[in-house]
Every structure is written in C-alpha cells, then in structure tokens.
Design a protein around this ligand. Structure first.
Ligand code: 7RM
Length: 631
C-alpha cells in the first residue's frame, strides 16, 4: 500500500529529498491513498499562529482507506485478530469484509441516534473488537471520536465530555483486566450526572456486570445493530476536517484535547507504520497498547488497517494468568511484530526467564518500543531473550501531538544502538536548542528537542482553545514546535531522548501532569498544599512522589495517606496514584512564592547532600526537614 524504504542508503536519499522538497515528498506518499477529490495545495503552514494544513482541499474518508479499498484484494484476510483476557476464551478473527460490515452497521446505529458529521462522540470501552468498530464507525460518518482510556475516573470522563461537548457516549457494561472485573457503565453513569450535552449512551456487553439502563437515554449495542442495514456510504471529509480528539496531560492543570485531522494523520500513521516496522504482507502485528492512547489509535487501528495489515488486539495484561502471557499470545498467533513499552519489558524481565520456557517465539521478525526511554538493560534483555538476537529493535520516539513516530530506526535498515531512537524519519526536521532558543549545532551535544518544519501528523489545535495550542507548543521557541523533551545527539548524529524537561512525569509510559495530581491531592479535606515530582522507578520508569502539607490536627497519617490515594483515584484514576507520600510542614519556596521543584526532585531521587543552591529560599530550614523525612 505504501512505498517502503529498502536500504540505509535509500533512507538517506529519501530523507534528504524529504527535507529539500517536503511538499513533493509527501504529495508522492499521499498518492498511495484513495482520495475522492485530489488536494489543490500540499501544504500551508505558519508556526506563529499554530496553523498547519496538509493536502488542502482534498476529499476522502479514512475508513474507505482502512476498509473499502481492501475488500477486492484482501476481503478474506484477517483485519483484526482479537485475543481475550481469558486464555481459555476463543479468539476472534474479523476479516476485512466482516469488519467493513460491522463498521457500516454500527455507523448506521450512530446515525439512527442522531449522530452526524462534526459531532463529538466519547468512547469509554475495554479492548474488545467493538472498540475498534466504534472508532471506525465514527470516522465513517464524520463524527469526531474522543476515546477515553478505560482506567480513567468518572470525573475525568466528565471533564473530557464537557470540554468537547459530546452528545453520545459509547461504552460497555464492564471490562476484564487480569483477574479483575471493572464496571465501566456505572462509571459513565456517575460521570453523566455532570454532562448535560449527552443525549444517548450505547452499551455493548462484555462482562454481564449488572448495569442500570436509563430509559430514553441508554440502549444496548446488540439490540441496535439488529435493526439497521449494513450499507453505509462513507461521509466525504475534507483533509482538514477533524478526525479525533485525544486528551493528554501537560504541565498545566487540565488535560488538553489534542486534535488530529483526516488527511494528514492518515498519511502519516500509515507511512510510518509501513516503513518503521517494514510490515510484509500476511504478517501479524501485535501492538500491546490500549486504544485509549495514541499508540493504539495509530498502530492498532489506523496505521495497520490503512496499510491492509493484520492487527492483533489483546484485551488483557502482560501478567495474567502469568508473566508468560505475551509469549503465549505470540506463540499462539504466530506474531511477526511486537510493539510494546519499556515498562512492560522491565516488568516481565523481573519475573525471570522461566516464563519464556517452552514458548515458541520464532515467528517474531521485529520488536518495537514506545512511550518512554528504554534503558540499556531492558533493551539487551528484549534483544537477547525475545528477539533471540535476530530481530531488529525499533525504539520509536513520538507523542500524542505528533500523530505518529518521529525518531526511530527503520527495522533491519537503520543500525541500532541500545537506548537510542537513532535518526529522524523522512519528513522530520529536528533541532536542538538551548534555554534561550539558540540552535545547538554539531554532534556530541544535548538540548531541548524541537521540530522546525511541519509533518502531516502534526497536532492541528487543542480542542476549543487554539490559544493554548500556540502557547504550549509554538511559543517557547519562535517558529519551532517544542516537544517538551530533552535530547542528546551523539558523535554519530544519533538521537537519544533523555526525558521530559517540563512538569510532566512519565509513569509506565503514561503521561501524568504534576499539577493535575497536585490538584487532586489538594481536593482532599485536611490537605493544605502539595507538590508532586517524578523519581526513577525500576519498573515504571518514573514513580510519583508527593510532598503534602496537612492540617495540624490531622492525627492518623496512615489513614490520611489512604484517603489521599482514594481522592486521586476518584479525581483522575488509579494510574495517577502517588507511589510515595511524604508529609512535610513546609515546601521549599522562593521569596516570590515559587516552589523549587529542583530540590524536591533531588530529594525524591535519594540525593541528600548535593541539593544545590538554597540561598534564594524563603526558609532554607524546610529543606533539612524534607531531607530528614525522605522516603
Ligand atoms: C507515543 C507516546 C509522549 C512522551 C514523549 C516522551 C515519551 C515516547 C519515547 C519517549 C523516550 C521513546 N505518546 N516518549 N516515546 N521517550 N523514548 N521512544 O508515548 O503523548 O503519551 O507521550 O513520551 O517524553 O514526550 S505520549
């Protein structure tokens, strides 16, 4: 479907071409897709106002590219293979024909309930085929999906629904995760008390958890699909019509709704999928992410399907029924490509290699890593024990905002180095800058990672607040997109991401804003103030360390700790729970009232002596206390 780079020399040539003539390069790539009407202009952009348009005036529908155009050539090929949480439950295969039919059918259900082009639809579901079907059905009719990860709280769902003014929610009764059964519908019910914009809730059954169905609002997926036709012509979309909103955490309080549009996102997700993994026809691609994150959007759903690939969707977790589950899934389905996160690799590594015994991993051709920096030990373990030294590892750096992979080896083509995302993909023009925004030239240097030219998958806006998009990404450095990451370029010109340089922590590959966690902690009665920082964690990459000032009369600290965890779980979700809570009587503040996080980070890292200059602090004695009580 998409042209593939076949040698390192060709990569270099293609890369140079993509820099010398980005428009020509991407126009050529975009020719490989199905357009209803060709675009008039390849690119229009202005970073100062955060405006980027790709394939201007082009008309298309991403589902015609993901489904319809494959029907003649690979209608009976598996599009989605679904593996249950329960290894005893039979897996499901949906061919392109079947998936097309189910998407059209569900699209008609959405239409029947009043959904139309431009509406926002919230999806809060487990990793079951209906989730992919729901996403594609929205795209089919031009509704904008906003998938909310199934681990988020009712409050988080409500915030996201209200921000986007969604009118429909698609959910399930519950979800299975390991030996847990999680109620989803009842969480949605709690959220909807605060969401007047929602008219309809469509509920699929998964767990048979008892649910309450509100008359006039709630309907069952299974009943609805029985009454509609499975013929649903795709809505004609402009390249720059919104395809989806996906909320992500930043350094300020409230998560931002990152907006991607139809044409550019399609081209970018598909091109990077085909090239980075070097996907070959008939291969089975297994991305272990949840569709609730960008990795699932781009590399479980859109990238693979637009390329005509077979994508494996796994409902469960890496450690259920035991730490050999990924290897069982690979063995059972003869997986060719495994794309997972360093946190999963480190966790499985910690269980020891007995879980690898008698697992046939010989089908694997390519291994991928995403979400956080991968340490050398995990890289080597992955390479030796999973890839048996024969599978290239692609350490792919990218973000929700980039839509697809940005810095990554091309499997089997780019020489790799443990810990390095290596080189920019075609069309990606990187720049390292210092604090003042001066470009850092040469090799063997490090700085803040920026991108100086648009690529088709770039964020278009933050939903409902374009100013925030300008402020967050395009204002720190003039005429550059700022990633928020620190990065080094070694003597060979290879890139290594060193981690966030803003107040975002990366816990198990999930982005969590420190301000968001602080707000949640502060909501707890008895908490006066808090400060949250990240610290190195063996498995999660980073853990969450909270310094909390409580009321004087709060006696039972253990209870307070539990209550704070309960508050965070209620406000954000269990993924944001602090790993450590230290009660303090004060925070290190400057005379102007700013918390010196540098000091808190040092202490959280276990540093007790070299904490640097504290002379600008209002009360340097709090530092002694904090060091003394460090956990
Ligand atoms: C895809 C995704 C983005 C942040 C990003 C980085 C970190 C992602 C890598 C990485 C080092 C990698 N989107 N990150 N991939 N750091 N090496 N290969 O994760 O929006 O959820 O997170 O994740 O800090 O800015 S995301």
């Amino acid at each position: 479907m998409n042209p593939q780079i076949t040698s390192f020399q060709q990569y270099q040539e293609v890369y140079n071409q993509s820099v010398n003539d980005p428009e020509g390069f991407w126009a050529e790539v975009a020719q490989n897709f199905q357009w209803r009407k060709p675009w008039k202009k390849t690119l229009e952009w202005d970073f100062a106002t955060a405006n980027t348009k790709w394939f201007v005036g082009g008309k298309m529908n991403i589902t015609e590219n993901a489904l319809d155009r494959h029907l003649a050539t690979r209608g009976d090929q598996a599009a989605i293979i679904w593996e249950s949480n329960d290894p005893e439950e039979e897996s499901i295969t949906l061919t392109y024909k079947m998936l097309h039919q189910k998407v059209c059918q569900f699209a008609n259900v959405l239409k029947k309930h009043g959904a139309k082009k431009g509406d926002r639809i919230c999806i809060y579901m487990p990793m079951i085929p209906e989730l992919a079907i729901a996403v594609l059905a929205c795209a089919r009719i031009g509704a904008i999906h906003s998938v909310v990860f199934g681990g988020f709280s009712a409050q988080s769902i409500a915030d996201r629904i209200n921000d986007a003014q969604c009118n429909i929610v698609i959910t399930s009764d519950g979800s299975f995760r390991g030996n847990k059964e999680i109620a989803l519908k009842s969480t949605v019910d709690d959220a909807l008390i605060q969401c007047p914009s929602v008219q309809k809730v469509i509920v699929s059954t998964r767990t048979r958890t008892p649910v309450s169905m509100l008359k006039g609002r709630d309907v069952w997926w299974e009943n609805e699909v029985k009454t509609v036709s499975s013929d649903c012509p795709a809505e004609e979309m402009d390249s720059e019509d919104m395809l989806f909103i996906l909320y992500t955490s930043g350094s300020t309080g409230k998560p931002k709704g990152v907006v991607h549009t139809c044409g550019g996102y399609m081209v970018y997700a598909t091109y990077t999928f085909a090239n980075v993994f070097q996907y070959q026809p008939e291969q089975i691609h297994f991305c272990t992410a949840d569709i609730g994150w960008i990795t699932g959007h781009s590399y479980i759903v859109y990238g693979p399907l637009c390329h005509g690939a077979t994508t494996l969707m796994f409902e469960g977790i890496p450690t259920y029924p035991d730490a050999g589950r990924f290897w069982d899934v690979i063995d059972k389905h003869k997986v060719d490509i495994l794309y997972t996160a360093p946190t999963a690799i480190r966790s499985l590594m910690s269980f020891g290699n007995q879980f690898l015994e008698n697992k046939d991993l010989s089908s694997l051709k390519t291994l991928g890593s995403v979400g956080e920096p991968i340490n050398e030990e995990a890289w080597n373990w992955y390479n030796e024990n999973i890839g048996k030294g024969k599978c290239p590892i692609v350490d792919t750096w990218w973000q929700t905002e980039t839509g697809g992979m940005m810095i990554s080896p091309i499997a089997g083509i780019t020489p790799t180095k443990p810990g390095y995302a290596t080189l920019p993909l075609p069309g990606v023009q990187l720049m390292l800058v210092d604090e003042q925004g001066n470009e850092i030239l040469g090799n063997g240097v490090s700085g803040n990672l920026c991108i100086k030219f648009p690529w088709p998958g770039i964020i278009r806006t933050t939903y409902g607040d374009h100013e925030r998009c300008i402020q967050t990404y395009f204002s720190t450095y003039k005429n550059l997109y700022f990633t928020g990451d620190g990065c080094l370029r070694d003597e060979d010109g290879y890139y290594r991401i060193t981690g966030r340089v803003d107040d975002v922590i990366n816990v198990s590959g999930h982005r969590i804003g420190t301000a968001e966690v602080e707000n949640a902690i502060n909501m707890h009665l008895g908490v006066i103030e808090s400060a949250v920082v990240g610290y190195p964690h063996d498995i999660k990459g980073q853990g969450i360390y909270a310094y909390v000032i409580c009321d004087k009369d709060l006696e039972d600290k253990d209870l307070a700790r539990k209550d704070i965890l309960a508050s965070v779980t209620r406000v954000i979700g269990p993924i944001a729970k602090p790993d450590k809570i230290q009660f303090v009587s004060g925070l290190p503040k400057t005379r102007s009232g700013k918390i010196m996080r540098r000091i808190l980070r040092k202490v959280a890292e276990g540093e007790t002596s070299n904490i640097g200059d504290t002379s600008t602090l209002l009360d340097p004695s709090v530092v002694e206390e904090i060091i003394g009580g460090a956990l």
